[in-house]
Write a protein that binds this ligand. Structure first.
Ligand code: DC
Length: 246
């Protein structure tokens, strides 16, 4: 296995732990690239629906993953636009239906294997913040810093409930908790790359923390890591601006 040298920070955890928002803020503050690996699984699930590929047809999904025509168009300080076969799917991939389909196809070994090189290709200078479930364990096992975020199912469901309510989507909290537990079970019990912290991951329980507090905790972990300061000069400027330079 050949690894590139650019530094990587992995942020893994279940859905609703705030890892997407935290990862994006962190990438912006460091001026690093950002990988939303869950979006890749979601886009593949949507492509499967579009091309009438069954969610348990591993061989066909593997071929679809290899030929997936997807682009992530980064936008300064904003969520990047995601384009599938020329169509903007940024919003549609965020539905519960696509999320559940993504979780199903993510349990298939051949699908995970065929998305590996695509994910590793995001590793570019000056560095990468990678958000997912297996970033620290499988995709970037040599990452300089690995973070694993946790939160109780009730708290995560409540966060999701509030997000959906803001968007005018009506759901019940009890349904959300049920779906979340089901998705957790599938993500944790699958045989390939199950959701679990890397042995060398720093665990952060986010239940009583705001997003900003979680970001600050991670920035202080970065500061403690002796490997980081020597890596890149632009990053040091970012560190100084963020008030964390030595
Ligand atoms: O983070 P998310 O909710 O957008 O991810 C959607 C699904 O994709 C999730 O249920 C599990 C799967 N996933 C995965 O198996 N591995 C990843 N690295 C990211 C997501």
């Amino acid at each position: 296995m050949i690894f590139r040298n650019e530094p990587v920070i992995t942020i893994d955890g279940a859905s609703g732990t705030g890892k997407g928002t935290v990862s994006q803020i962190l990438a912006t503050r460091l001026g690093w690239k950002f990988l939303d690996s869950g979006a890749l699984y979601r886009v593949l699930a949507l492509a499967a629906q579009k091309h009438s590929v069954a969610l348990d047809n591993e061989k066909a999904l593997e071929v679809l993953a290899e030929h997936l025509d997807v682009q992530f168009i980064a936008q300064e300080n904003r969520v990047s636009r995601i384009i599938l076969e020329g169509e903007d799917v940024t919003e549609v991939i965020r539905t519960e239906k696509v999320g559940n389909a993504a979780s199903q196809i993510a349990a298939l070994p051949a699908v995970r294997a065929s998305l590996l090189s695509r994910q590793r290709a995001f590793r570019e200078a000056p560095g990468l913040v990678a958000d997912g479930r297996d970033m620290g364990t499988v995709v970037f096992p040599d990452a300089e810093l690995k973070i694993f975020l946790t939160a109780s199912p009730e708290e995560r469901a409540l966060r999701r409930y509030n997000q959906l309510k803001e968007r005018g989507i009506s759901v019940t909290l009890s349904d959300l908790i049920k779906e979340l537990r089901e998705r957790d079970r599938r993500d944790q019990e699958r045989t390939v790359a199950p959701l679990k912290p890397a042995e060398d991951a720093v665990r952060i329980d986010t239940d009583r923390l705001t997003i900003d507090q979680v970001v600050e905790r991670i920035l202080s972990e970065i500061k403690q890591k002796k490997a980081f300061p020597a890596i890149s000069f632009p990053m040091m400027i970012e560190f100084a601006e963020a008030g964390i330079a030595e």
